[in-house]
Design a protein around this ligand. Structure first.
Ligand code: BG6
Length: 485
């Protein structure tokens, strides 16, 4: 059967950076047989213009076919998503490309949240019931701009194609190290037994990015880091760490357990949230402009490009354990880290402390130790590393204890992995919902974001730095500091 992949937002940043490279990989793996790809965008582009725009981020690996052959397979259609007539002509174009009309259509909504509704409504008016039955919709995050709009959109999607044909994307759920969180927790008794307040003192989830707003000012300036990144990616990672064990490793029990964890999040208080916006600076040796001077950004913008926050999961397992979340653009490095810090040993043979708690302790009045905090760290990117930090003695004569690290570099063993968006396409084509967010997860995440009643003061930080100093103070108040890889 012929399949059609229809991309709305086909000239946007997401399509260029992520979707075409992922589709190219599927093409290179010969997974797109009998598949027609049609990209739709507002821009009127000549064929060559479209190909050069769509091909910019495709990087074939050794022995992979040239990108040109793939790009020839991608058709382009220019249209206005607000005009219903344009949807009729889009339908006409589809019939021209795939005359059988028995095809399954996978529509990818790679458009900003404000445009999701018009696209869905216009498509709904254009297609009849049996045409809708052959349609699956991939919806890019953020789903809506707030709780109310997310609910409206979800209801609309439900009416249009039904929940079973909606695939809500959070591509972090397709990142190998994030998927591994569940396996690490539940396939190793070692970790599952210590996964609670008894042993864990603090959880940190931090994703720093070197990139700035890129070509997405129109979207980003209306959205900000809290809605763009925290509401989706960071909360998905948090729920995988905080959830209770599901009854089995199946889709619904896992999603139920994640949703329950989200429901138990403590409301956000302004004093637990630090927001920042980047000023000019140097990233990777290159001068970069301040956010407010990026093309397309309102120079008086108060949009946050950095968020750090503290929250709690109000369950017996996590009582009193702070969860610190952080994300920011134009920081000094690009790195995604989850750090689980363990409490000091119960028997005080070695006085706990170390630098994290601000002082170094003496042993028998003779020897100073730098006892480190035992940690499990999951580095999600750029490399995937599973790291265990613990204290050991050194071979010197006098007893001397030092923190060591044991690293397993997963991405060194698995050099070629499928890209997250490659998995997303493959799963949706196969009708598998496992790696997608369910309606209630998305709505609960928005509900929690809206518990922040008042945005806190906006700090400015220099591009290339590690963010505003206030983000460090947020942790030091509790005796912690941001962990590095
Ligand atoms: C997107 C956000 O969902 O994820 C972007 O909208 C962010 O702001 C991106 O840069 C990060 O994804 P990745 O896979 O490049 O780390």
């Amino acid at each position: 059967m012929t399949r059609v992949i229809l991309i709305f937002g086909g000239t946007g940043d997401l399509s260029r950076r992520k979707l075409y490279p992922a589709l190219y990989q599927l093409h290179a793996r010969d997974k797109l047989k009998d598949t027609v790809i049609l990209a739709c965008g507002r821009r009127k582009l000549a064929r060559e213009e479209f190909e050069s725009l769509a091909g910019e981020f495709i990087k074939p690996r050794a022995n992979q076919p040239p990108a040109a052959a793939f790009l020839k397979r991608v058709h382009y259609h220019s249209m206005d998503f607000n005009h219903q007539d344009d949807f009729r002509s889009l339908y006409g174009r589809l019939v021209e490309l795939v005359p059988s009309q028995r095809e399954m259509v996978l529509g990818y909504l790679a458009v900003p949240p404000a445009e999701l509704e018009p696209v869905v409504r216009n498509a709904m008016r254009t297609l009849n019931r049996s045409q809708r039955a052959r349609l699956r919709l991939l919806v890019e995050k953020p789903i809506g701009t707030d709780y109310a709009s997310a609910r409206r959109l979800n209801s609309l999607l439900d009416r249009f194609v039904g929940e079973h044909n909606v695939y809500r994307i959070d591509h972090f759920l397709a990142k190998e190290a994030v998927e591994n969180l569940l396996v690490l927790r539940f396939a190793n008794r070692l970790f599952e037994r210590i996964w609670s307040r008894e042993s864990i003192s603090c959880v940190q989830i931090s994703f720093s990015e070197q990139i700035g707003v890129e070509n997405r000012a129109g979207f980003y300036d209306r959205t900000g880091a809290l809605a763009d990144f925290v509401q989706s990616h960071l909360l998905q990672v948090l729920s995988l760490i905080a959830m209770e064990p599901p009854s089995c490793m199946e889709e619904d029990p896992i999603k139920n357990a994640k949703a329950r964890a989200l429901k138990r999040l403590a409301p956000l208080r302004a004093q637990d949230v630090v927001m920042g916006q980047y000023g000019m600076g140097k990233v990777d040796g290159k001068d970069v402009p301040a956010y407010a001077h990026e093309p397309g950004v309102n120079p008086a913008s108060r949009t946050e490009t950095f968020v750090a926050l503290r929250t709690h999961v109000r369950t017996p397992r996590w009582k009193g354990v702070p969860f610190f979340l952080m994300t920011g653009k134009r920081l000094g490095k690009s790195e995604g880290l989850v750090t689980i810090s363990f409490r000091p040993p119960i028997a005080c043979l070695f006085t706990p402390g170390g630098k994290e708690h601000g002082h170094t302790h003496k042993y028998s009045g003779r020897k100073a130790f730098d006892l480190g905090t035992s940690q499990l760290q999951i580095q999600v990117q750029p490399e995937e590393v599973f790291r265990l930090r613990f204290n050991l003695k050194t071979p010197e004569e006098a007893l001397s204890v030092k923190p060591f690290s044991m690293d397993y570099c997963y991405s060194c063993d698995y050099l070629y992995q499928r890209l997250p968006y490659e998995k997303v396409f493959e799963d949706a084509l196969a009708g598998d919902h496992t790696r997608f967010s369910r309606r209630d997860e998305v709505e609960l995440a928005w509900k929690w974001v809206e518990t922040l009643k008042q945005k806190p003061q906006l700090h400015h930080y220099m591009a290339g730095s590690s963010g505003p100093a206030a983000a460090d103070e947020l942790l030091s108040k509790d005796g912690f500091c941001w962990q590095k890889a």
